[in-house]
Design a protein around this ligand. Structure first.
Ligand code: NAD
Length: 285
């Protein structure tokens, strides 16, 4: 399936926005990147330079000059009007704050041409929470990427009841064009597919360890040997970083809050935050 989308804008050049922008540019799209001020754009430039190094080392074709060429297709701006002016698709990756996202869509609604499709990368909000702020609910949906987009190349595409099916398919085609495996979700579901599966799985693993039933390494061995999966739940915890699951569980039911407290006391308070800090459930050199 080929995409009609030619020009892409990404709003918010943080962890995920920078990856979405760079991956799209790597696959040949001209991408405008919007962030709020010059400091944020300076941080974005650093992220892009790191991505060049990562793509050179890890992505097929990245070492042949393609990783550097992607940089030339990125235009950075703090002017929202300029960012929206010619976009066929705007991918929004601004912080996960409902009011901030709604306000961003209200501004965009007035600035973007009628042709422009809007996609939110929100992890925890439903597109229905945002659709009325967009002024174009038929041209709006969620396209949810995973961290390390070049490796975990999923794009979960999820519309609302008002999303035009042609728009949905257009965004699926775009996801494919930038090297993602598109996952079509036919009804709104908090957590999409991946987190609907992953969150209870990780919680069950933590219950086994916090309850004193088994050690993390043995839980992971059980999962790997028993299912053939390449990684167990505690390896996954370490990659995600322990703060994110903590933040989810601390707002959950009583048992989830107890697990969050256990995780905080035994790991987070000791600086064991996962792979990035050099130690989580495992030690890394
Ligand atoms: P982040 O904090 O790393 O980046 C957010 C960026 O948005 C920053 O560069 C910030 O300067 C910018 N920003 C702030 N206010 C803005 C505004 N009004 N307009 C435009 N930009 C603004 O956040 P992130 O982790 O990249 O998350 C962004 C979105 O992606 C969230 O909706 C999150 O749920 C989603 N997401 C994150 C991950 C992840 O692993 N980090 C994975 C999937 C989806």
């Amino acid at each position: 399936m080929s995409t009609q989308i030619r020009t892409v804008t990404v709003l918010g050049a943080g962890v995920l926005g920078s990856q979405i922008a760079y991956q799209s540019a790597f696959k040949g799209f001209p991408v405008t990147v919007y962030d709020i001020d010059d400091d944020a754009l300076a941080a974005a430039r650093k992220r892009f330079d790191k991505l060049v190094a990562t793509y050179r080392a890890e992505v097929p074709g990245g070492a042949d000059g393609a990783a550097e060429a992607a940089l030339d297709r990125l235009t950075l701006t703090t002017d929202l009007g300029q960012a929206a002016a010619d976009a066929d698709l705007i991918v929004e990756a601004v912080p996960e704050i409902l009011e901030l996202k709604r306000q961003t869509y209200q501004e965009l609604a007035a600035l973007a041409p009628a042709k422009t499709l809007f996609a939110t990368n929100s992890s925890s909000l439903l597109p229905s929470d945002l659709k009325d702020a967009t002024g174009r609910p038929d041209r709006f949906l969620a396209m949810h990427f995973a961290n390390k987009i070049w490796f975990s190349n999923l794009a979960e595409v999820m519309g609302t009841s008002e999303t035009d099916p042609k728009v949905f398919q257009e965004v699926v085609a775009f996801a494919e064009a930038i090297g993602m495996v598109p996952i079509e979700i036919h009804k709104e579901k908090a957590g999409y597919v991946l987190n609907t599966l992953l969150v209870p799985f990780l919680r069950a693993a933590l219950e086994l360890v916090a309850g004193g039933y088994a050690q993390p390494g043995d839980v992971d061995n059980t999962w790997r040997i028993g299912t053939g999966a390449p990684a167990g739940p505690f390896q996954i915890y370490d990659v995600i970083g322990l703060r994110t699951p903590y933040n989810i569980m601390v707002h959950g039911d009583d048992e989830a809050q107890q697990l969050a407290a256990w995780l905080k006391k035994n790991y987070i308070d000791k600086g064991k935050l996962g792979l990035e800090s050099g130690q989580g459930f495992y030690k890394y050199t």
